[in-house]
Write a protein that binds this ligand. Sequence first.
Ligand SMILES: O=C(CO)COP(=O)(O)O
Length: 249
Amino acid sequence: MRRKLAAGNWKMNGTTISLTEAENLAKAYTSPSVDLLICPPSTLLSRLSETLGNSPIATGGQDCHAATSGAHTGDVSAEMLKDSGATYVILGHSERRDTYDEESEEVRAKAGTAMENGLTAVVCLGESLAQREANNTLDIIGGQLAGSVPDGATGENLVIAYEPVWAIGTGLVPTLEQIAEVHGFIRERLIRRFGEETGNAIRILYGGSVKAANATEIFSVADVDGALVGGASLKASDFSGIIDALEKA
Ligand SMILES: O=C(CO)COP(=O)(O)O
């Protein structure tokens, strides 16, 4: 049985004041029935990890370098994330694939380094609107999945996030049938590559305009094991509506 996961990606949002939102969340969820994760900007990671202290809410980075250390100005290593209290790291987000031309091969190298450092890699996959309209969604997702996930993935060290690029921050959400098709396809590919047991243990999150108002129906879809939430994870009052829906799913 896969434990569900509600993950917040704060992206490039948040300063010290935002720690209060995490504190409010920690007060509200002292023993949640689902896993909870916040991935703040790296400037807040240490303080957020300290603020959350013994709360069950985990913290994570939003990217890491494939190398363990060295002359990489501006980058953050997996070891640094771990040292800042993180247990997860988001990798291959479409905003990084787009802005920094991150290819799946690079994402795979980063995920390997993250896993070696004891982090759980949240590997993001997603098609653009043009790719969906050209009926290429499953080809794109299949290629990104095969290319971005390293060998040795398990239900512990890997989470997949399906985030259609056109649904991120737009208020547009795929139909439940479209979500079911892609999540079912990812599940099948994971089983084919890693075997029945591991393939079934890896969690698959949906991400893209998830809100309290649409969370219940999204969580009703087979193989949706939780959500990777952007905008609606910034305020505890918004994120808690999504967490509550996941706890009831
Ligand atoms: O990109 C996302 C999470 O990683 C989704 O962002 P939104 O929830 O703001 O659409």
